[in-house]
Design a protein around this ligand. Structure first.
Ligand code: APR
Length: 227
């Protein structure tokens, strides 16, 4: 079986009704990224951070995977698939994908401040002051700016095995995630699905300038012609 590695970002969940970060009207227009998505923000105002992620978690309970998530899950019938996602939503899981690496954490989980004691809380709100089993404060299980990306090495190893890489719905502005496709073998085919221009592309990439769902339909046709 050929190996396809997807690198997904907020754009794949846009058609499900979740805002992206950097588009016009995106989350970072309405929130200060340093206040709600950095480790310094957590030390400054943990209650605000908890409220921000409680709202995201509650919204997640009201949305569903879209056609793009579903096509990726179905491709497991024909290909060996790993999804490396920057998204903290669970829409790839809910669409049925089985191999998912969450680079930036997961909304439905919380952990201790040292990132141990990871617990699934589903869609419930967490409160400031709740404690993890090890006695530390509970926090959202999210990789914030200023923190390590513990799953990055696993993602590199997967990327090295790719026959095909599909970058979908990411502005490729955030590192180290944006550098991952550099680890794909030279002969790997690389596609990028995005309705907008993604400027920081270094390798030979075939761009499919479409929204995620339509772009995945086009990709399916292309894959059928090759395999
Ligand atoms: N289908 C596909 N792509 C879309 C769609 C759509 N319907 N709508 C928007 N996009 C594209 C945008 O053109 C943009 O290139 O999705 C991309 C979203 O980019 P960002 O908002 O920067 O999101 P992302 O790349 O996932 O951000 C990376 O930044 O804030 C952090 O931790 C957060 O994981 C996130 C990381």
């Amino acid at each position: 079986m050929k190996k396809i590695v997807f690198l997904s970002g907020a754009g794949i969940s846009a058609e499900s009704g979740i805002s992206t970060f950097r588009d016009s009207g995106g989350l970072w227009e309405n929130y200060d990224i340093q206040e709600v998505a950095s480790i310094e923000g957590w030390y400054r105002n943990p209650e605000l951070m908890i409220q921000f992620y409680n709202e995201r978690r509650e919204q997640l309970s009201t949305v569903s995977p879209n056609k793009a998530h579903q096509i990726i899950a179905k491709l497991e019938n024909r290909f060996d698939i790993t999804v490396i996602t920057q998204n903290v939503d669970n829409l790839h899981e809910r669409a049925g994908s089985s191999n998912i690496i969450h680079l930036h954490g997961e909304l439905t989980k919380v952990c201790a401040e040292d990132k141990s004691c990871v617990t699934d809380i589903g869609y419930r709100a967490m409160k400031y002051g709740e404690k993890a089993p090890n006695g530390q404060l509970l926090r959202p299980f999210i990789v914030w700016f200023g923190e390590d990306v513990p799953k990055f090495d696993d993602a590199i190893e997967v990327m090295k095995t790719a026959d095909i890489v599909v970058i979908i719905g990411t502005s490729l502005k955030v590192y180290p995630a944006a550098s991952l496709y550099d680890y794909a073998p030279n002969q790997a085919l690389i596609y990028l699905i995005d309705p907008n221009e993604v400027t920081s592309i270094s390798k030979k990439i075939e761009v499919i300038k479409e929204k995620a769902a339509a772009g995945m339909e086009l990709l399916l046709n292309k894959l059928s012609l090759i395999y």
